[in-house]
Write a protein that binds this ligand. Structure first.
Ligand SMILES: [Zn+2]
Length: 310
């Protein structure tokens, strides 16, 4: 049984060295480059780029598609906090459910504002993208494209992908914005898996990308990165390391303001994606902001984390 220590504002003492050593001993591969109290008995939870003994990843296939009643059930068990119906073209039922799910989260008003910002004829659809790219946003086309390889993935996972893209709904301005987008993705995921953390352990490619992202952000924020979880890429470049090279500062947006407010960081409409703002975000705030202690324990159990001490 995994126990979770109380969550407080104390700095986290990572059990990294023990975890890494165990990984080497039990698998014979290089040590786990992730300061995570993860069980090395579950390498299939993570990306092979982070957990070298993990098997190759494959996306969910047709047999894992959701039926219409299942999709309705996913949303009806949660309450939407806003009347969000706007003119938005979404033909795929998995994506439509993902958008519905976003509107049940604590960042719903921010998501709604970003969707409206995409324009009156905005659309979200599956399409061909490079393998490494989960989704893209084309502001001038008012279009968010989700990689078609994720067509049958769980709508909760798709919702987290969309949450990320909605941070990019206007002009993209560098690494600070990317770091915040990753964190908005993660806090949304945490909130949506509150009652069913097993969504993250289904073993599909997107589940493993999301689980790896989450663990990197929460346990190893100095390596917060997209590249670590991208199929086919090995080198991870830290978003934080890249911050000094950011050339511009993106204008603020309501979604950023909502995200910072949830974390207890003072923000208003003038708050932008400056390096200072990103550095104020402690990724350890993410789990308590999205989950109560029962939720954290359920997640820890589902991910087979060792006791978390902080
Ligand atoms: Zn991004």
């Amino acid at each position: 049984m995994v126990a979770v220590a109380k969550i407080g504002l104390v700095l986290f003492a990572v059990v990294a060295s023990a975890c890494g050593a165990t990984a080497s001993e039990s698998t014979g591969s290089q040590s786990l480059p992730l300061n995570c109290p993860c069980s090395t008995e579950a390498p299939e939870l993570f990306s092979p780029n982070v957990f070298p003994s993990a098997p190759p990843m494959t996306p969910a296939d047709e047999t894992q598609a959701f039926s219409t009643p299942e999709l309705q059930q996913l949303v009806s068990s949660r309450s939407a906090s806003s009347d969000w119906r706007i003119s938005l073209s979404v033909e795929d039922s998995h994506i439509a459910t993902a958008v519905d799910l976003l509107m049940t989260t604590q960042l719903s008003e921010g998501f709604l504002s970003s969707l409206e910002g995409l324009g009156p004829s905005a659309s979200i659809e599956f399409g061909d993208l490079p393998e490494f790219q989960a989704a893209s946003v084309e502001v001038e086309e008012s279009l968010i494209t989700v990689n078609a390889r994720y067509r049958f993935e769980h709508p909760v996972l798709l919702a987290a992908v969309l949450a990320h893209e909605l941070v990019h709904h206007d002009e993209f301005n560098g690494r600070p914005e990317e770091a915040i987008a990753l964190l908005v993705e993660i806090i949304t995921l945490l909130e949506l898996i509150h009652d069913e953390p097993q969504v993250l352990t289904s073993g599909t490619e997107l589940a493993r990308r999301q689980a790896t992202n989450l663990l990197l952000a929460v346990f190893n924020s100095e390596r917060l990165t997209e590249e670590a979880v991208v199929p086919g890429r090995v080198e991870a470049q830290s978003v934080y390391d890249a911050l000094p090279y950011a050339q511009t500062s993106s204008p603020g947006l309501p979604l950023l303001e909502a995200f910072l407010t949830v974390l207890g960081i003072e923000a208003d409409e003038s708050t932008d994606f400056s390096r200072e703002v990103v550095e104020r975000v402690d990724t350890w705030q993410l789990m308590p902001a999205a989950l109560d202690s029962n939720g954290i324990e359920r997640l820890s159990n589902a991910l087979r984390l060792k006791p978390i001490q902080r």
